[in-house]
Structure formats: structure tokens, C-alpha cells
Design a protein around this ligand. Structure first.
Ligand code: UTP
Length: 286
């Protein structure tokens, strides 16, 4: 049985929902308190045992490469100022995993972004983690998916319950429950009309895929919004073979959305001892 060792993190999207903040900086580098969104995601991968991170990036996303690389000038200055804790923290970031970068030349959709990583992934199962979705969980969400993969040996998507009226914003699965957290997927539909949604289980940025998916993505079939959709490729894979949904335990934040980003910030802030009291008092006051 091949282990899931690699995670593909697509970060080549335009981030138009977060303009003007994303005019000159990557959305994935926006900070939730003092860490960029992308670092939360890489930390989740590493805590789940992932050894190699493959970023699918683009020309406007250099800051991400710099963030996960060494910065000798900063290290030199921190050493001079004897800022040991900060120095350790900075060094840890570049040592967390092996980082590989591939370029998606035009943002043709999530499915196309994943296909760009084909040669680096090779012939083994791999995780996919959306570059702007944070999941705050005791057991890393991607680890929960890998556990399902290890058991059933086929593709797994991470899902969470969303309100009925929001189903049209997501990929929605039609589940056959195996237990309260795991289901086999009968079908999966990208952004269904609310009345046509087969459940409230929404696909939320975490996947374990097998290399067979590249044969489907390679056909370059366009779906919703004229983009090459990962959901459509997974739907075809499920029709031919099988697929599973893991209702992970954890709180999901789509940080490409401004309100969700604010909620993520408040969630992590109230968990930090130094902010909890003053922040709660302030929120009450306003
Ligand atoms: P989104 O669906 O949030 O798209 O992508 P986006 O283009 O970044 O943002 P909006 O909708 O214009 O605001 C989810 C993840 O997939 C990546 C994005 O960078 C993000 O991390 N992505 C999306 C790609 O890498 N390539 C693409 O072609 C599309």
C-alpha cells in the first residue's frame, strides 16, 4: 500500500473576491493574526505526516516562495539583536517540509492547477489542499481524510454540512453512509441549484486523490465558469470506480471570502491567551 507523502497546494488563482487587497499580493499571504493563511495550511499538512509540498503557483505569487525559503539578511539581523525566539520561528518555517514549485501559466481552474503537478506527483496517491481554506481541527483535517484513504484505497473528499441555501456555492455530494463520518459517494455535483442539491455536504478544500485522476484531467474538459473543474474529474472517477466523503471534525473557513476571513481571525484570536480577554471586551463594547 502506497502512503500519502505529497500534498499539492494550488495557489495560482486570481483572488478576485478579495480585491483590492490582492491587487499586488497573493491572497494566500494575507495574515490571520500573525501568520499567512498558507502557513496554517502547510502546518496542517506537516502535522498529518506529509513530507513534500508541491505549490502550484504563478508569476504574481513569488512572496509564497520567499516565505518558505531562508532569509539570510533577516536571520543576520535577528542574531545581532539576540532575538532568539523569533530566529527559531523563522528557521522552522523553511525546514517544515520539502517545497517544490510548479507554474500554472494561466488560471484555467482548480482541475487544471492539479494537472500541472502531474509529473512531480508521479505514480502515488496524494493530498490536495486548497490554498485559501483553513480548517481548525484537533486532528488535522487532511489526516482524517488520509485515514479514510488508508482504509478504502480510493479517492476521498473532505466535506462539511452547510446551510441548505448555500449549497449552490459548493460541490455537493450524494452520500451513502458507511458510518456517521464516512460515506461512499453516489454522485458529486458542482454548484447545484439549491432545490437540486442531493445533501448539505459541501466539498471544502481537502482531498486525497490517486494518479488515475490525471488521465481524466488531461482531457481538458471545461465545466462551470468555463474552467477545468476538479469536481467534474472526480465525478467521472466515481462513476468508473468509487469515491468516499469524510465529514471531518473541525471548523472550516473559506479565507478567500472576506467575512469568513474575519471569522477565522476572531476564532484564532480568542484562542490566544494574550488576546482573549481584551478582544472579548472590545467586541462586547462595539
Ligand atoms: P478559488 O476558487 O478561491 O479561486 O481557488 P481564486 O481565483 O483564487 O479566487 P477568486 O474566486 O477569484 O476570489 C481556490 C484555490 O485554488 C487556487 C487558488 O489560488 C486558491 O488557493 N487556484 C484556483 C489555482 O491555483 N488555479 C486556478 O486556476 C484557480
Amino acid at each position: 500500500m502506497k502512503k500519502v507523502r505529497k500534498a499539492v497546494i494550488p495557489v495560482a488563482g486570481l483572488g478576485t473576491r478579495f480585491l483590492p487587497a490582492t491587487k499586488a499580493q497573493p491572497k494566500e499571504m494575507l495574515t490571520v493574526i500573525d501568520k499567512p493563511i498558507i502557513q496554517y495550511i502547510v502546518e496542517e499538512a506537516v502535522a498529518a505526516g506529509i513530507e513534500q509540498i508541491i505549490f502550484v503557483t504563478s508569476s504574481t505569487k513569488r512572496a509564497i516562495e520567499d516565505h518558505f525559503d531562508r532569509n539570510f539578511e533577516l536571520e543576520y539581523r535577528l542574531r545581532q539583536k539576540k532575538k532568539t525566539a523569533e530566529m527559531k520561528d523563522i528557521l522552522r518555517i523553511s525546514d517544515m517540509a520539502k517545497f517544490v514549485y510548479v507554474r500554472q501559466k494561466t488560471p484555467k481552474g482548480l482541475g487544471h492547477a492539479i494537472y500541472t503537478a502531474k509529473d512531480v506527483v508521479g505514480d502515488e496517491p496524494f493530498a490536495v489542499m486548497s490554498g485559501d481554506d483553513i480548517i481548525d481541527a484537533r486532528v488535522p483535517a487532511i489526516k482524517q481524510l488520509i485515514q479514510v484513504y488508508d482504509k478504502y484505497q480510493d479517492i476521498v473528499v473532505g466535506v462539511t454540512q452547510v446551510p441548505k441555501k448555500e449549497t449552490s456555492k459548493y460541490g455537493i455530494v450524494d452520500p451513502i453512509y458507511i458510518d456517521d463520518k464516512t460515506s461512499e459517494i453516489k454522485k458529486i455535483i458542482e454548484k447545484p441549484k439549491v432545490e437540486k442539491a442531493p445533501s448539505r455536504l459541501a466539498v471544502t478544500g481537502r482531498y486525497v486523490l490517486t494518479p488515475e485522476i490525471f488521465n481524466i484531467l488531461g482531457k481538458g474538459k471545461k465545466g462551470a465558469g468555463g474552467e477545468i473543474q476538479l469536481t467534474d474529474a472526480m465525478a467521472e472517477h466515481i462513476r468508473k470506480r468509487a469515491g468516499y466523503a469524510c465529514t471531518y471534525s473541525g471548523d472550516y473557513y473559506d479565507c478567500g471570502n472576506k467575512l469568513e476571513f474575519i471569522k477565522a481571525t476572531i476564532n484564532y484570536a480568542v484562542k490566544r491567551k494574550e488576546f482573549r480577554g481584551p478582544l472579548k471586551r472590545y467586541l462586547k463594547k462595539i
